[in-house]
Design a binder for this molecule. Structure first.
Ligand code: FAD
Length: 403
């Protein structure tokens, strides 16, 4: 049985390795010419951590994992306005937590997948037929931009938030209006930037602390890596879901003046920066025929939920396990997987929307509330409750942590 996966991101690589181990002949089609190197530091915890453990991929990811001692919220004059101990967060996550660069998650998963899967780079899918099931003579088929065609008994659309596979499936946009691929997106009113650059002096200054800005309508953050690299992320309020080049430059410039270290990081912006509007996928049904959507294509939660990578791995583990347990009966497996997984991701999407004012305070009252909340947080006892409110049921309860 052949499985075709569109997209070699986290949601594409995770099912590729799992299906190959279950005996599927697995091919991944990725539009980029090589591994994607853009992106920033992600906190990896929650269901993806446990799923990576079940898949046997956790050690490949941990190899690139980083640990930070605390996050410090600093104003433009360099004064610490609030802070958060990472130890207490680690405790709230039951010890199942590390930080990792987004490209390093891909790197770890590629190493885990190894030679079990054929990964075809420079393969941009432009159209597809989702196939019919159980009709064995009707495989799913895709056509690439260069005219090549591929067919398979199972097709997974893991091609991210602007998914082409999603626009080719006869699925509804969950009641949303409009046309084009982005009709499936709920725009949250922010734009995000992220990149990695080398600056040994800045990295040494930051050390094992995460620097976050105590700022209104935008939030910048810096993490150092032990090899002298630094990763920058910035989220800024923006009502336009499709800003033009000049406006994007203007949005990027809004991080200037948030402090000398941030200014230094802005000067080091590389060409391969990650940049996108902040949105969530809203898709009425994730599957049709022999095809199913996975990861951001189906259920992007947004960087405000901080769980995109974790939910990509966890969704992949659940989908492939359900396929195995249902004897590869696609109809039953797809329906059971979607029924079990949809409530989990919808809860995370709600948490992401709730968190927006906390991550990017829109006014001075919200900023002061955030300072107060952070000062009270030690995430044990009462603050484990706060953490669970922010991240939903992806964090273990006190009883689960004790186990
Ligand atoms: C370059 C990049 C950098 C990112 N950086 C961050 C970050 O720093 N922080 C953060 O929170 N999130 C980031 N994200 C989003 C984050 O990776 C996802 O939220 C999460 O990991 C879920 O991953 P995914 O595999 O579903 O989607 P994605 O990571 O978006 O992966 C989708 C993959 O599909 C490929 N693809 C798309 N269309 C086609 C097509 N038609 N044919 C073939 N291949 C296709 C893309 O090139 C991409 O490799 C980034 C995404 C990308 C692509």
């Amino acid at each position: 049985m052949r499985a075709l996966i569109i997209g070699a991101g986290i949601a594409g690589l995770a099912p590729a390795g799992a299906l190959a181990r279950d005996g599927w002949e697995t091919t991944v089609l990725e539009q980029a010419p090589g591994p994607r190197t853009a992106g920033y530091m992600i906190d990896f915890f929650g269901p993806g951590f446990t799923a990576a453990q079940s898949l046997g991929a956790l050690s490949n990811l941990r190899e690139y994992g980083q640990f930070y001692t605390r996050a410090r919220y600093v104003d433009a004059a360099g004064r610490t306005r609030a802070q958060l101990s990472m130890d207490s967060f680690l405790n709230a996550a039951g010890g199942k937590f590390f930080s990792i660069l987004r490209p390093d998650i891909e790197r770890g998963l590629r190493e885990w997948v190894g030679h079990s899967t054929d990964i075809v780079q420079g393969a941009k899918v432009v159209s597809l037929d989702p196939g019919r099931y159980p009709d064995s003579g009707a495989p799913a088929r895709v056509t690439l931009q260069d005219g090549r065609e591929f067919g398979a008994e199972l097709l997974i659309g893991a091609d991210g938030i602007h998914s082409t596979v999603r626009s080719c499936l006869p699925v509804s946009a969950g009641g949303r209006q409009g046309t084009g691929p982005d009709r499936f997106l709920r725009h949250l009113g922010f734009h995000v930037f992220g990149y990695v650059f080398s600056d040994a002096a800045l990295a040494a200054r930051l050390g094992a602390e995460v620097l976050l800005t105590d700022s209104l309508t935008r939030q910048a953050g810096l993490y150092a890596l032990p090899d002298g690299r630094v990763t920058f992320f910035g989220i800024v309020a923006c009502d336009d879901p499709d800003p033009d080049t000049a406006m994007r430059e203007d949005l990027f410039a809004r991080f200037r003046g948030l402090g000398p270290l941030v200014d230094q990081a802005l000067e080091r912006r590389p060409a391969d920066m990650y940049e996108d509007f902040v949105a969530q996928s809203v898709v009425g049904l994730w599957h049709h025929g022999r095809s199913i959507l996975l990861g951001d294509a189906a259920y992007a939660v947004s960087p405000l939920a901080g769980q995109g990578a974790s939910l990509a791995v966890a969704g992949a583990e659940l989908l492939t396990r359900t396929l195995r347990e249902r004897g590869n009966d696609l109809s039953t497996a797809f329906a059971d997987y979607e029924a079990a997984w949809r409530p989990v991701v919808e809860e995370q999407q709600a948490a992401g929307r709730r968190n927006a004012r906390f991550f990017v305070p829109p006014n001075r009252t919200s900023l002061l509330l955030r300072r107060g909340a952070l000062q009270r947080m030690n995430l044990r006892g009462l603050n484990a409750f706060v953490a669970r409110r922010a991240f939903g049921s992806v964090l273990p309860t006190k009883g689960q942590r004790a186990r």
